[in-house]
Write a protein that binds this ligand. Structure first.
Ligand code: BGP
Length: 457
């Protein structure tokens, strides 16, 4: 492992900060949606807003040399006019300074899903003004923090929040509408390009990338039908984000297939030109699992995600595209996530061979129900998961992939989008009633791995 390799953990503002209405923060679409529907929310979450010094100290003591976190747009920009909230800027300055003081490289995500509600009210990502406003917000952040932050990413997982928000209906605004899914996806990729344009025009130092929820595609056999299904699945799951961000254009066969059923005339030439001209410097890949597919046989599109932690409820079939299958020989978590480290190795090699860009594994981890009322949580399952995935990363490096960092999701317990505080991912346990922190066994294990720079894997 190169001595500059980044070892750390990743979080998202909404999932850990709490302080949802403090210091003039505006409401986010998640605040609004969860309050309105009376669902478990992140009003307090891990209260990182008031505990960040303790959390960062814990990272430092755990050997981390980097921290991936996101900035909250509604904490920084007050309204649609674009007015800046100085208290929001002050908070993130404190957080970034704390990282630097502890020898931790800040790795900053501009958008991890907490859209300001004042933009959602005028159509959110269906409105191109939101894309333009995102570029303004990005520029405010580059100017405010650019002297200290050198690694930026625009969006966390455009595919995941677009599909969950507009197709599956799990996330706000909870729609089931393919046309809106396509418009949202396009406007987000356009916003990504606009933010990169601001970064280049302002001659800010450092690098800018995007984070993708990467699910490498495997097929059940080698038939031509399965290969077509794999290509459809890859276009659906990966290519519309990665090709567009890294190569500057949407896959042609994807656009052709979409235009059979939908109107894509809103993808105007001037917008496509901006996308083509503003590409990323690196890729952030979040890896949880691969997708194993077979050809579509029959039935309407059906997408059900396991939000209950009860095995066997996941289903994904896209009419005339592909169907997802579970591998009877694989192990799955209670949330139906396949535990498949080889997918990370394969995926890193495929992504590097296709895009020739540096890659950071920006999230990798596993969620469990855990009893934290013990002296130390003995999370051997997490240790074995991380061990096997870091090993897979190193195999990919050995085979030539330029992988520059690994961020575990998550350095401490936080709020999970659909499962609240039930589904724990952290290396440090958080008692959500007292907000006390306590390292789990995986924290000490990760520290040894980092201190050996991966040699102990
Ligand atoms: C990723 C998101 C994270 C995080 C993680 C685990 O897709 O970027 O924000 O939540 O998944 O997901 P969950 O909490 O739903 O299990």
């Amino acid at each position: 492992m190169n001595s500059n390799f980044l070892w750390g953990g990743a979080t998202a503002s909404y999932q850990c900060e709490g302080a949802w209405n403090i210091d003039d923060k505006a409401e986010s679409m998640w605040d609004h949606y969860l309050h309105e529907n009376n669902l478990e929310n992140g009003d307090v979450a891990s209260d990182h807003y008031h505990h960040f010094e303790e959390d960062i100290k814990m990272m430092k003591d755990g050997g981390h040399n980097a921290y991936r976190f996101s900035l909250s747009w509604p904490r920084i920009i007050k309204n649609r006019a674009g007015d800046i909230n100085p208290k929001g800027i002050a908070f993130y300055n404190k957080l970034i300074n704390c990282c630097l003081k502890n020898g931790i490289t800040p790795f900053v995500t501009l958008y991890h899903w907490d859209l300001p509600q004042y933009w959602q009210e005028v159509g959110g990502w269906l409105n191109l003004d939101t894309s333009r406003a995102f570029a303004h917000y990005a520029e405010v952040c580059f100017e405010a923090f650019g002297d200290k932050v050198k690694l930026w990413t625009t969006f966390n997982e455009p595919k995941w929040f677009t599909v969950n928000g507009y197709l599956i209906g799990n996330y706000p605004p909870a729609e089931h509408d393919l046309q809106h899914t396509i418009i949202c996806g396009f406007n987000v990729m356009y916003a990504n390009a606009l933010a990169i344009q601001k970064f280049r025009q302002g001659k800010f130092q450092g690098q800018i990338g995007i984070v993708h929820s990467y699910s490498p595609i495997d097929g059940i056999d080698d038939t031509i039908e399965t290969k077509i299904a794999m290509r459809n699945a890859d276009n659906y799951a990966n290519n519309w984000v990665l090709d567009t961000a890294a190569l500057g254009s949407f896959p042609i066969d994807l656009l052709a297939k979409l235009s059979e059923t939908n109107d894509i005339s809103f993808m105007k030439p001037d917008l496509l030109k901006t996308i083509a001209e503003n590409k990323v410097d690196f890729l952030g890949l979040n890896y949880y699992a691969r997708t194993l597919v077979k050809p579509y046989t029959s039935g309407e599109t059906k997408m059900v995600f396991n939000n209950s932690g009860k095995k066997g409820s996941t289903q994904m079939r896209i009419k005339n595209w592909f169907e997802q299958v579970m591998d009877p020989n694989s192990e799955y978590t209670e949330w139906d996530t396949e535990i498949y480290p080889k997918g990370l190795e394969d995926g890193l090699i495929r992504a590097y061979q296709k895009y020739h860009l540096p890659i950071f594994v920006t999230e990798n981890g596993v969620g469990f129900h855990e009893n934290i009322n013990v002296n130390e949580v003995k999370d051997d399952y997490r240790i074995s998961f991380m061990n096997d995935h870091i090993n897979a990363l190193m195999n990919a490096q050995d085979k030539g992939a330029d992988v520059r960092g690994y961020f575990t999701w998550s350095p401490f317990d936080l709020y999970s989008w659909m499962n609240g505080v039930e589904k724990r991912y952290g290396l440090v346990a958080v008692d959500f009633s007292t907000l006390k922190r306590k390292p789990k066994a995986s924290y000490f294990w990760y520290k040894k791995i980092i201190n050996s720079n991966g040699k102990l894997i």
